[in-house]
Design a binder for this molecule. Structure first.
Ligand code: TXA
Ligand code: MG
Length: 331
């Protein structure tokens, strides 16, 4: 049922077909270096509307527009401040998204009516090739239903949105595994809206200290950044130490690295034996999906150190652990 997965390694024309599909107003699931995206022609409001339907995403949550050439920004962004240029020179293509003032060319539906647009140039060769062949910007949220975990494999994307997509391009597991870092450049002081696949420290090495959005600040800037997000169905507790034996029966443990004494858990997922953050990020969402599918009473997620890519990992786990947040959207 739904869209067939087309492996790019065995089907030489898959990218060409996907580009034609997007140009014709279709929806294509494609790999990026961060997570799989559900793409539509960003300048076609009808196609974009379908993305919201398939994702069951509220219309107030804007999409990221993906480009393959920095020149395309002229069409989309009304300004490109020096800080953005410096960061783009250094990190594009890559897991970094800018929020910039938008032009009239970008449909309001894409930006949920905001006067700003989120833009990024992905680094995945398949994504770049696809967008280049489309010849214009591709709007793509992560290819999961609203509030679910982002997919880092084609198979996970199919489980999430396969019914509603016209095509799924399989480019293997996403090498970064966690969504892009989002920086707002609307004000003179750049603001971190979402920690992600590009570590904060890398950004700060280019433009100096970066202000971080507190949750209360996020709403006007990023209405879609709900506190509860990226959620498995199994209750998840973020913990700073491995829980005592008495709490382990029937529960799962997600740990950043090796745990000396993890007996008694029904299942253990270790993200990186060497405590390597890049490896851990690449494995995070599939590990969470495996734990979620195991019928556990609870998932205990052990916090990683608050630095580098671990920051983004902790952020996702924190959001996954929030139940009944005051601003949670029902359903
Ligand atoms: O790595 C990624 O960023 C992936 C891949 C597919 O590129 N995409 C992704 O998209 O994570 P999505 O839609 O799942 O998350 C985009 C986030 C949302 O939280 C949304 O609210 C925010 O970007 N966003 C989009 N446009 C915005 C804007 N104009 N101002 C502030 N936040 C915005
Ligand atoms: Mg998402």
């Amino acid at each position: 049922m739904g869209a067939r997965i087309q492996s790019v390694s065995t089907d030489g024309r898959a990218v060409e077909q996907a580009a034609a599909c997007l140009r014709a107003g279709g929806l294509v699931v494609f790999p990026t270096e961060t997570v799989y995206g559900l793409g539509a022609d960003a300048l076609n409001p009808k196609a974009v509307a379908r993305v919201f339907e398939v994702k069951q995403r509220p219309r107030f949550d804007p999409l990221i527009v993906h480009i393959a050439d920095i020149e395309w920004l002229r069409d989309i962004a009304a300004a490109f401040p020096p800080a953005a240029r410096k960061l783009a020179d250094r990190f594009w293509p890559g897991p970094l998204t800018f929020v910039l003032p938008k032009t009239d060319r970008v449909p309001d539906l894409v930006t949920a009516g905001l006067p700003s647009v989120a833009v990024r140039m992905p680094r995945h060769p398949l994504a770049l090739d696809l967008i280049r062949q489309v010849g214009g910007p591709v709007a793509a949220p992560s290819a999961n239903r609203f509030g679910h975990l982002s997919p880092s494999t084609a198979e996970d994307a199919r489980t999430e949105v396969g019914e509603g997509a016209d095509m799924i391009l399989d480019g293997g597991p996403c090498p970064v595994g966690i969504e892009s870092t989002i920086v707002s450049l609307l004000d003179p002081n750049p603001l971190l809206l979402r920690p992600g696949g590009l570590p904060l420290e890398d950004i700060e090495s280019v433009i100096g200290p970066l202000a971080r959005a507190r949750h209360a600040d996020e709403r006007p800037q990023s209405p879609g950044r709900l506190l509860r997000h990226y959620a498995p169905r199994t209750p998840l507790s973020l913990v700073s130490a491995v829980p005592p034996r008495a709490d382990r029966a029937g529960a799962g443990l997600l740990s950043p690295g090796p745990v000396p004494e993890a007996g008694g858990f029904a299942m253990v997922e270790m993200l990186s034996p060497a405590l390597d953050a890049a490896e851990a990020a690449a494995r995070l969402f599939s590990a969470l999906r495996r734990l979620d599918a195991a019928g556990l009473s609870r998932i205990y997620a052990l916090e990683g150190p608050e630095r580098g890519l671990w920051r983004a990992i902790n952020d996702r786990l924190r959001r996954a652990s929030v139940r009944d947040a005051p601003d949670e959207i029902p359903g």
